[in-house]
Unconditional design. Structure first.
Length: 428
């Protein structure tokens, strides 16, 4: 029998259908709430609001579970790579050989930026924040790829997805080159996705950067772990913009803007700055945590809206840190030591235990990125490259859903009630 939830309001009982997800998650369908009761819900920051159904990513925050299309993140981190995982997220299954080959070819064919597009980089000051450039340039892509503004069949969607995943990497690398006053390096069709990114970042004319396989693997894993995270702030932004039937480009550009925030993707920069501050100031871990507990600081890289046990991505990255650093030949990374001591102290402290605050994905990702030579101001850009497949998958799912309507939350108005306009000479 279909389950319902009953709401009693002013003596009247109203029944609402209860929707059950494939993992047993329950939600009350209140889409008829206002029509039937005159009420709306008030849920600031949407902590209790499901804005859509989705078959892409499953999270159980209490148990620390994260799965892409049902596949545990731990298995993907061990066996897959970023591009295969991107395909899985967007198209719902792991690619067979032919699909994998076709998708890779599309990525390679779409790696180049139009020569005229490149001139846009010149307009930015050298010290422009890379996330601002990234978002502007993704929007600018719409001027060069008209054919993808209206996406029709699966074929053209795959082409558009490949173009965006490939070009976001080229744009990111060029953003860095611009900030250093270095010449742009063209994508190399013979390199894999991550290796090509490192090549465009660090090669110099007539002096190819040697891509260490361990570095490539580590970056692949970092990108893969960031690839989707259901209805987080930036993904909800992508869906919000997409619901107006805005293009994939403008929706993704909006996602970049949301991700930039320091409570979201920008946290990876803040974590490293925090560790550096603790190191250079000579402050003890205890003194720093005291400041956090009296709310003068946030412990960056800690806490999550959904994970109330542990963030499985942080667990993988923590374990990977030692391995990656050892492989790259870094014996003692002081930041890693501070991070470990911070985590250990916080996890014993009732302030963090009572609030269920655990390290999140950003706590250890910065240490790995720093070790493999990614500059600090590019950390959040790396998160954006990683999250692009998730945004594309969510945008696609939203557009395939016939019940999608423009997203339009309501409000409870708390301003003045009706009052007359006051002539300028009569104002106090
Ligand atoms: N340091 C200190 N106190 C914290 C922290 C933190 N990092 N996070 C939450 N709290 C406290 C918060 O002050 C509140 O305390 P009280 O009950 O005394 O008012 C309590 O814990 C509950 O927190 P909340 O503000 O209700 O949590 P939220 O779900 O609204 O926020 C968050 C989630 C991730 C924005 C927050 O934990 C935070 O600001 N963390 C630091 C930034 C960060 O690492 N962000 C990356 C998130 S993971 C990657 C991503 O999604 O981008």
């Amino acid at each position: 029998m279909a389950r319902t939830a009953t709401l009693t309001f002013e003596g009247k009982k109203i029944e609402f259908p209860v929707i059950e997800g494939s993992e047993g998650e329950l939600g009350m369908d209140i889409s008829k709430l206002r029509a039937q009761t005159g009420l709306i819900t008030l849920d600031p920051a949407y902590g209790n609001t499901g804005a859509c159904t989705s078959a892409i990513t499953f999270i159980d925050g209490e148990k620390g579970i994260l799965r892409y299309r049902g596949v545990p993140i731990e298995q993907l981190a061990e066996k897959s790579n970023f591009i295969e995982t991107a395909f899985l997220l967007i198209f719902g299954h792991l690619p067979n050989q032919e699909e994998a080959l076709r998708f890779r070819r599309r990525l390679t064919d779409n790696a180049h930026l139009h020569e005229d597009f490149k001139h846009h980089f010149q307009g930015f000051p050298t010290d422009a924040p890379p996330m601002a450039i990234l978002s502007a340039m993704i929007n600018t892509l719409a001027c060069f790829e008209h054919k993808f503004l209206k996406i029709g069949d699966n074929e053209s969607f795959e082409e558009a997805a490949a173009s965006l995943i490939s070009k976001v990497r080229t744009i990111a690398a060029y953003t860095y080159r611009k900030s250093r006053g270095l010449p742009y390096v063209y994508p190399d069709p013979n390199r894999r996705y991550v290796s090509n990114f490192l090549h465009m970042m660090f090669s110099r004319p007539y002096q190819d950067y040697h891509v260490d396989e361990d570095v490539e693997d580590a970056l692949n894993m970092v990108l893969l772990l960031h690839a989707d995270h259901e209805q987080n702030c930036s993904t909800s932004t992508v869906r919000m913009v997409g619901s107006a039937d805005a293009s994939l480009y403008s929706s993704a550009a909006a996602g970049v803007c949301a991700l930039w925030g320091k409570l979201h993707g920008g946290a990876n920069v803040e974590v490293l700055e925090m560790l550096e501050k603790i190191q250079t100031s000579g402050m003890s871990i205890e003194d720093f945590l005291k400041r956090v507990k009296d709310k003068s600081e946030l412990l960056m890289g800690f806490g999550h809206r959904v994970y109330k046990n542990f963030d499985p991505r942080a667990k993988i990255l923590k374990a990977a840190c030692d391995k990656v650093l050892a492989k790259i030949g870094i014996k003692n990374e002081p930041m890693l030591d501070i991070a470990r001591r911070l985590e250990e102290a916080a996890l014993k402290d009732s302030y963090f235990v009572d609030r269920k605050l655990y390290p999140n994905v950003d706590f250890y990702s910065g240490i790995i990125m720093k070790a493999i030579g990614i500059p600090l101001n590019m950390f959040t850009v790396m998160f954006a490259i990683g999250r692009m497949p998730g945004w594309i998958a969510q945008w696609r799912e939203q557009h395939a859903d016939k019940s999608t309507r423009i997203a339009r939350p309501r409000q409870i108005y708390t301003g003045p009630t009706l009052q007359d306009y006051v002539e300028p000479d009569k104002r106090a």
